[in-house]
Write a protein that binds this ligand. Structure first.
Ligand SMILES: Cc1cc2nc3c(=O)[nH]c(=O)nc-3n(C[C@H](O)[C@H](O)[C@H](O)COP(=O)(O)OP(=O)(O)OC[C@H]3O[C@@H](n4cnc5c(N)ncnc54)[C@H](O)[C@@H]3O)c2cc1C
Ligand SMILES: *[C@@H]1O[C@H](CO)[C@@H](O)[C@H](O)[C@H]1NC(C)=O
Ligand SMILES: *[C@@H]1O[C@H](CO)[C@@H](O)[C@H](O)[C@H]1NC(C)=O
Ligand SMILES: *[C@@H]1O[C@H](CO)[C@@H](O)[C@H](O)[C@H]1NC(C)=O
Ligand SMILES: *[C@@H]1O[C@H](CO)[C@@H](O)[C@H](O)[C@H]1NC(C)=O
Ligand SMILES: *[C@@H]1O[C@H](CO)[C@@H](O)[C@H](O)[C@H]1NC(C)=O
Ligand SMILES: *[C@@H]1O[C@H](CO)[C@@H](O)[C@H](O)[C@H]1NC(C)=O
Ligand SMILES: *[C@@H]1O[C@H](CO)[C@@H](O)[C@H](O)[C@H]1NC(C)=O
Ligand SMILES: *[C@@H]1O[C@H](CO)[C@@H](O)[C@H](O)[C@H]1NC(C)=O
Ligand SMILES: *[C@@H]1O[C@H](CO)[C@@H](O)[C@H](O)[C@H]1NC(C)=O
Ligand SMILES: *[C@@H]1O[C@H](CO)[C@@H](O)[C@H](O)[C@H]1NC(C)=O
Length: 502
């Protein structure tokens, strides 16, 4: 062997060390800039660094360059400017519940801008509007809206999910067929752009940005506050659950088909309903936003259509906060300041079933055969939900597919397939990912020719950026987002593995 053979390796080694030097010099440039701006960065040498870097999904652990906790939009802007100058990527963190740990960057070396101090809410009940900082979580927001004149909006059930991430990707909850996704309530946003400028976005100002932050926010800036349209909280909310014994896949598929037909034809928009599946259980559950006497008429066509009657049921009226407490944590506490968040170790995927392409009985049979075989032997703890999104008068699908970056306005229902490690802690079982893939494939292989969309709030980190853009946004919305990205964030400052711009 001659020296010549070593040359490429030598050059490669020099390039690697040059890269390391520039990475660490970027990091120290960043830290000193943040310190000069009085942002007190938490860096790898700080005692709090490990705890402050933890993601909700412990399947991932990433090492951010620094973590800051700004107390104003101007401080957020200073932090973004420091990162832009240092060539460091930026991720906002609101509730930290990203399935891909994108709140800590989704990769090593990002600046994490934690928004927890931007958690005020001002409600103007007379106007039916509210403005809140995007560091507030869903449980605290719901309480603030209700305490500010019995106002409410549609959003997910978990009190600890952050508003920044949730309203940036979608935000589905049982009231969504009545009021839309959480992001549909937004009428104005304050946003910090990659160059650190602070702008307003609405239907009249920075319209492209307003489009982009409603569905693809993490790629476009840090939204620091949101103004939303609110609704008077319904006085009576009927929480219901009907459990079925599902003796075999034939009966299970027919029970599911009854839900699919009922959803497409009979469910009024005041009804939020899903199918809840887990090992050994099959149930319909949800909330009806109206009086119990109406509910009984509304649900009857579904109960008439199932092949076997429920083995158990529960139908109970609550006030607005009461129903949120029932749907939220086991202990019913919505105020997240009373105890720390929990965590999980999981992999999840989604499928959106289009109104014009409902699942065939063959696809459902295949799905239940999989659940009743592999689903009993897997070493994960799993559940599947199918949430009704569409059907008669759905407010989600009343919005045009070109109005917001969230473009999926024709789903009849959205599946979530979710599997945790048995004790919710690492390590994640090695076959967990293939088990979840198997749930999805059991359906899609029987529906060849159907292109399924997926829900961008249930991020699947196994997808490449191109695949993710296609299934979350669709081709034409992706093109539009790419053009906006190159104008507003030409150096990809807001970056993560599936960011627009990759
Ligand atoms: C237990 C659990 C329950 C859930 N339930 C529901 C549900 O019922 N309905 C539903 O629709 N979804 C639900 N989700 C999904 C949830 O909506 C998303 O995971 C959401 O992105 C989490 O937001 P976050 O602020 O908590 O997460 P984070 O990890 O803080 O943020 C998520 C992404 O948004 C970015 N981001 C955060 N704040 C901002 C901001 N202010 N400006 C710009 N970008 C920002 C982050 O950088 C990251 O990329 C649930 C998730 C979990 C883990
Ligand atoms: C460091 O910053 C420069 C620009 O200032 C950028 O080109 C380079 O990619 C950065 N390096 C790393 C490792 O981020
Ligand atoms: C991220 O950094 C950690 C240590 O800080 C390291 O163990 C891990 O391999 C890194 N991950 C990647 C993808 O580089
Ligand atoms: C905002 O955060 C502060 C400090 O963490 C906390 O004391 C307060 O209760 C929070 N407010 C809301 C509405 O959650
Ligand atoms: C709510 O009002 C207070 C007092 O005017 C203000 O300090 C705060 O910034 C407002 N919050 C938002 C999110 O606009
Ligand atoms: C954004 O709107 C607020 C009022 O909501 C206003 O005070 C502020 O000046 C506006 N900012 C810009 C850059 O127009
Ligand atoms: C499924 O269960 C039903 C009702 O118990 C029964 O009639 C049917 O034969 C079963 N089908 C199979 C394939 O086991
Ligand atoms: C029936 O439902 C009630 C209320 O939801 C529950 O407490 C009970 O355990 C259920 N019983 C069975 C047999 O599933
Ligand atoms: C599913 O339930 C059955 C019956 O209770 C049990 O034997 C099996 O271990 C469970 N499997 C999983 C994956 O939870
Ligand atoms: C989207 O683009 C991909 C690749 O460019 C293509 O395979 C797919 O058919 C397109 N989908 C639609 C719905 O146009
Ligand atoms: C920041 O970027 C925006 C969007 O590209 C641009 O309109 C604005 O002029 C820039 N501000 C500065 C100070 O460069």
């Amino acid at each position: 062997m001659t020296f010549g053979n070593y040359l490429p390796a030598l050059v490669a080694a020099l390039l690697v060390s040059a890269h390391l030097i520039s990475a660490s010099s970027n990091a120290s440039t960043l830290s000193s800039c943040l310190s000069s701006a009085n942002l007190q960065p938490v860096s790898s040498s700080s005692i709090d660094y490990v705890a402050d870097s933890l993601a909700f999904n412990r399947r991932f652990s990433y090492s951010p360059a620094d973590i800051v906790f700004p107390t104003s939009t101007h401080e957020v802007a200073s932090a973004v400017k420091c990162a832009s100058h240092a060539g460091v990527k930026v991720a906002a963190r609101s509730g930290g519940h990203s399935y891909a740990a994108n709140g800590v960057g989704g990769q090593n070396g990002s600046l994490v801008v934690d928004l927890r101090h931007l958690n005020s809410t001002n409600v103007t009940a007379s106007d039916k509007t509210a403005v809140f900082g995007t560091g507030i979580r869903l449980g605290d927001l719901a309480l603030a809206l209700f305490n500010g004149g019995q106002q409410a909006m549609a959003h997910g059930t978990c009190p600890y999910v952050g508003t920044g991430g949730h309203l940036g990707c979608g935000g589905f909850g049982f009231p969504s067929r009545l009021w839309g996704l959480a992001l549909d309530a937004v009428i104005k946003a304050q946003v910090v752009l990659a160059n650190g400028s602070i702008v307003n976005a609405s239907n009249t100002e920075n319209k492209d940005l307003f489009f982009a932050i409603r569905g693809a926010a993490p790629s476009f800036g840090i939204v620091t506050s949101l103004t939303v349209k609110t609704h008077s909280a319904p006085p009576t909310n009927i929480l219901f659950n009907y459990a079925f014994s599902a003796p075999n896949s034939t009966i299970a598929a027919k029970t599911f088909l009854a839900f699919q037909k009922f959803g497409a034809n009979n469910a009024p928009s005041q009804l939020g309903i899903n199918v809840q599946l887990a090992n050994g259980s099959f149930a319909f559950g949800g909330v009806y936003y109206g009086p119990q006497s109406q509910f009984e008429n509304v649900i009857q066509p579904l109960l008439d259509a199932v092949p076997q009657p429920p083995i158990n049921s529960s139908v109970k009226a609550y006030d607005w906060v009461g129903v949120l407490q029932q749907l939220g944590d086991d202990d019913g506490i919505l105020n997240t300041n009373t105890k720390p968040d929990i965590s999980d170790t999981f992999y999840a995927k989604s499928l959106m079933v289009a109104e014009d392409k409902p699942l065939t009985e063959a696809a459902l049979l295949s799905f239940f055969e999989y659940l009743y075989s592999d689903g009993t032997t897997t070493d994960t703890s799993w559940f599947t939900l199918a949430d009704l999104w569409g059907g008669p008068d759905s407010a989600i699908n009343a919005v045009s597919s070109t109005k917001t970056a969230f473009s999926r306005r024709s789903a009849l229902y959205t599946f979530q397939f979710y599997a945790s490690s048995m004790n919710k802690s690492p390590p994640y079982p090695t076959d967990g990912i293939s088990f979840v893939d198997g749930m999805v494939n059991s359906i899609t292989t029987k529906m060849s020719g159907t292109e399924f969309a997926m829900y961008g709030c249930y991020i699947d980190p196994q997808l490449s950026a191109a695949e993710a853009h296609k299934v979350y946004y669709g081709n034409s919305t992706t093109k539009r987002l790419q053009a906006i990205k190159s104008r507003l964030d030409p150096h990809n400052t807001f970056d993560f593995p599936q960011a627009v711009g990759r």
